[in-house]
Design a protein around this ligand. Structure first.
Ligand code: KG4
Ligand code: ZN
Length: 382
């Protein structure tokens, strides 16, 4: 099969990214422009600001991705872009630019689901390592700031299909990390800092009740779900509220305000800066919150693996960068004889290499997008 160089473009949330990937297995460039500094003062992504930043960054980011790869606009074989899910305005920037490039250069255009991209980040990584022996079906946990989904992924030649067997009913896991960090004045995004601080606290100090889902998902019918197998849904708004209650009942507001003021005077706080502004009670709370989330994610994923008799797990998305989550998955999966794979940390969070990799099977089957396709903010992966 001849080599194909695919230019991938990703702009679904707060990263403007472009990458060139050869035949779904070799990253020849991977450029990510993060807007974290823009959104940091607001403690979360502001959609209008995200679109404006994407507009500013998209041309230089794509140019750099081509230059780093030693490619030109003319030399790539196809242009792939994230169609959804994500912020509509943000998605439109990448889509409009990808369409303009594909039209002007007369190249095939490929539309990619962002969640499929996260799953293919793992496949890309394994192909890079020379591992071509994955056992299917795969159970993929896509866990990020916007998503907490469990998919059964199956492959037939170059055609992939996905069955959602679980999703969050309220907050995504990464969103819970971000909201708890905001509540405790630990900055944005919350996941990386909670990850680092947690090893300094006692994860058993605060007991959070396990999340309980008593009702069927009312949105099941709306989403057109046809599958009747067991569901493994998640819920993280309860633990977030429990942290808020704990803060109130333990009178932590004063120490939180003091930390907010102290950290505001440090331009880019490092771990030491956070540690010197966190007492033991805060570190214990953070570590216990992380443990509750990790136990829930690992527990539900392993239960789903048993129920669907799956031997291979993919853990991907921004939260897959979490050290405790990786450690726990690795030890628990090994005990049950399951194979568990993660992308490297740079491929866990949003990037365009994963979009170019997910586009490769579509390139082979000539599954090209029409010029009039548009952004789908709530796009479902099937
Ligand atoms: O995949 P991603 O870059 O964007 C989305 O598609 O949402 O994920 C970003 C999310 C944020 O919520 C961030 O707090 C979380 O991933 N995150 C982490 C870690 N690194 C990023 N959560 C826990 N531990 C980490 N080390
Ligand atoms: Zn993502």
């Amino acid at each position: 099969m001849p080599d194909a160089y695919i230019l991938g473009i990703e702009s679904s949330c707060d990263e403007t990214a472009a990458a060139v990937v050869r035949s779904g297995e070799e990253i020849t460039s991977n450029v990510v422009f993060s807007q974290i500094a823009t959104h940091q003062p607001y403690g979360g992504v502001v959609p209008e600001l995200a679109s404006r930043e994407h507009l500013r960054a998209i041309v230089p980011v794509v140019r750099k991705a081509l230059a780093d790869a030693g490619q030109t606009y003319q030399s790539v074989d196809a242009v792939a872009v994230t169609q959804g899910p994500g912020l509509a305005g943000a998605l439109l920037v990448g889509i409009s630019y990808a369409k303009a490039l594909a039209f002007a250069l007369d190249k095939p255009l490929i539309a990619v689901n962002h969640l499929e991209g996260h799953i293919h980040a793992v496949l890309l990584e394994e192909r890079r390592k020379g591992n071509h022996d994955l056992r299917f079906p795969v159970l993929a946990l896509v866990v990020s700031g916007g998503h907490t989904h469990l998919y059964l992924a199956t492959r037939q030649d170059n055609s992939w299909s996905y069955e959602n067997i679980g999703h969050t009913r309220d907050d995504a896991a990464g969103e819970a990390f971000d909201k708890v960090a905001k509540l405790l004045a630990l900055g944005y995004p919350g996941g990386p800092i909670i990850d680092k601080l947690s090893s300094h606290g006692d994860p058993q100090a605060v007991k959070f009740p396990p999340s309980q889902l008593k009702h069927r998902d009312r949105n099941d019918q709306k989403s057109g779900r046809t599958y009747e197998g067991p569901r493994f849904d998640f819920s993280y708004s309860g633990v977030k509220t429990a942290v808020l209650r704990y803060v109130e009942t333990h009178n932590m507001q004063g120490s939180i305000a003091a930390r907010r003021n102290a950290l505001a005077t440090i331009p880019q706080p490092k771990l030491e800066g956070y540690l010197s502004n966190c007492d033991k009670q805060t570190l214990d709370l953070v570590a216990s919150f992380q443990r509750a989330l990790v136990e829930d994610l690992v527990g539900k994923t392993l239960s789903a693996a048993r129920a669907y008799d799956v031997a291979t797990l993919f853990i991907t998305g921004g939260v897959a960068a979490n050290q405790e989550l990786r450690r726990q998955f690795e030890s628990d999966a090994a005990r049950e004889g399951l194979f568990v794979y993660f992308p490297s940390r740079p491929l866990s969070t949003d990037n365009a290499a994963m979009i170019a990799a997910a586009a490769y099977p579509k390139f082979l089957t000539r599954d090209f997008a029409p010029m009039d396709f548009s952004a789908e903010a709530g796009m479902v992966l099937k």
